[in-house]
Write a protein that binds this ligand. Structure first.
Ligand SMILES: [Zn+2]
Length: 410
């Protein structure tokens, strides 16, 4: 069994041309007319591959190839909605390659033990509807269907009505498709594989993040008359604190990263000691433990400022726990890559993916291929055709192993 190289590349190209009339790149936001055109293409390709197509009530498209056994399917998939002015590969690659995997298995004429599904999830990017990962969230019951259908888009349109308008308000219950195993193929969207010339990333998890807004209040005063020893300079105190947070990541040499992305002082004049300073910090770490340690360090530093007489506030703006994928499935992917003499790198994803929702309900892993220069969410997004084909072959090999495996002996 092999991936049809020419068709994979041609279809990525064809899907990439949908939504290109708005300027550079393509813009195919969830549940827009452009999304509908892309969905229609994908559903057609699924049927051509030999799959039966089902639309669930949040608009996820499932292409199903039945196996001999009942029971939860082996699923792959990703998304075809994009950010504004996107590249052609983010998400689309995983869906189009998944369709090619179904086609290869169907054409081989063998009846797999397990059912296989390729799914295009609704509104992964979260540009038009918040939260992101909407289709996979609903499927894994992180958010209710009714609640999801009530969401309003950034341009004021009701999610349920938009699904109906584009013809993708399905009747099927999303969690009826819940898989026994999930494998998502995706471009890396970062520079690691490209820089190190490694064709396959075996993704062991998704790093967690934690976003904070910190304010420090002291006493505004005259920059000329207030002696240094008598100041309560909120700006200087907040700068020291911000420095300590980023320094900590450098000193520890851990995979943990910290970013102070915004910083402002009030009243904000050249000759006034700042009375208040506000800044944000973004912590990321592949483990929850590392994330918690960063948060403890933050809290400790803020407490020290309180002891020094400042008034402080700490607000958690957003937090997502780190996700650990299945060791067993990662091993399968690594073995398949080894069979094809493709070097691998075990790595953690820096970006969010539908796979992190599925990881809550079943053994899950991801396969990454290199992104040239690490560029993504940009029309310049590019992966070498050979790398695209290699990734799809590894997906085919992995899925083939998983579906040809009886759960029970009769
Ligand atoms: Zn994506």
């Amino acid at each position: 069994m092999n991936i049809n190289r020419d068709r994979l590349l041609a279809r990525l190209d064809e899907l990439g041309r949908v939504g290109t009339s708005h300027g550079p790149g393509r813009t195919r936001l969830a549940l827009t007319e452009e999304d509908r055109v892309g969905r229609d293409l994908v559903a057609t390709w699924m049927r051509e591959a030999g799959a039966q197509v089902y639309i669930d009530s949040i608009g996820n498209i499932h292409g199903v190839l039945r196996g001999a056994e009942d029971g939860p399917p082996v699923m792959t998939g990703s998304h075809i909605d994009t950010v504004n002015r996107a590249g052609a590969l983010d998400g689309c690659y995983g869906v189009v390659a998944g369709v090619e995997v179904i086609a290869a298995i169907h054409n081989a004429g063998v009846l797999p033990d397990k059912t296989m599904v390729v799914t295009a999830f609704t509104n992964e990017e979260g540009v038009r509807y918040a939260p992101d990962l909407l289709g996979s969230r609903v499927m894994t019951k992180d958010i209710g269907v009714a609640e999801a259908l009530q969401l309003t888009s950034t341009d004021g349109e009701h999610c349920g009505e938009e699904l109906r308008r584009i013809g993708y308000a399905g009747d099927y219950t999303p969690w009826d498709f819940l898989p026994g195993v999930f494998v998502e193929l995706h471009i890396e969207q970062g520079p690691v594989l490209d820089t190190r010339h490694i064709p396959i990333g075996v993704v062991e998890g998704v790093q967690g993040y934690s976003w904070w807004k910190i304010s420090v209040s002291g006493r505004a005063n005259h920059a000329g008359t207030a002696p240094m020893s008598m100041r309560l300079d909120a700006g200087a105190a907040a700068m020291q604190l911000a420095n300590r947070l980023t320094e900590r990541s450098v000193v520890n040499q851990s995979p943990s990263v910290a970013t102070v992305g915004t910083f402002s002082v009030e009243p904000g004049a050249i000759n006034v000691v700042p009375g208040k300073a506000t800044f944000t910090v973004d912590f990321r770490d592949p483990s929850d433990e590392g994330l918690e340690q960063a948060e403890v360090a933050l809290r400790r530093s803020v407490d020290k400022l309180k002891d020094a007489g400042f008034t402080t506030t700490m607000e958690c703006i957003s937090r997502n726990s780190a996700v650990t994928f299945s060791d067993e499935i990662c091993k399968e992917v690594a073995e398949v890559a080894a069979e094809r003499s493709l070097p691998i790198l075990r790595m953690v994803s820096g970006a969010s993916h539908d796979a992190q929702m599925l990881a809550r309900v079943c053994p899950t892993a991801m396969i990454f291929v290199p992104s040239r220069g690490g560029i993504s969410h940009n029309p310049e997004e590019f992966t070498e055709p050979d790398d695209l084909v290699n990734g799809a072959e590894v997906l085919l090999g992995t899925i083939s192993r998983l579906i040809m495996r009886r759960t029970s002996t009769q």
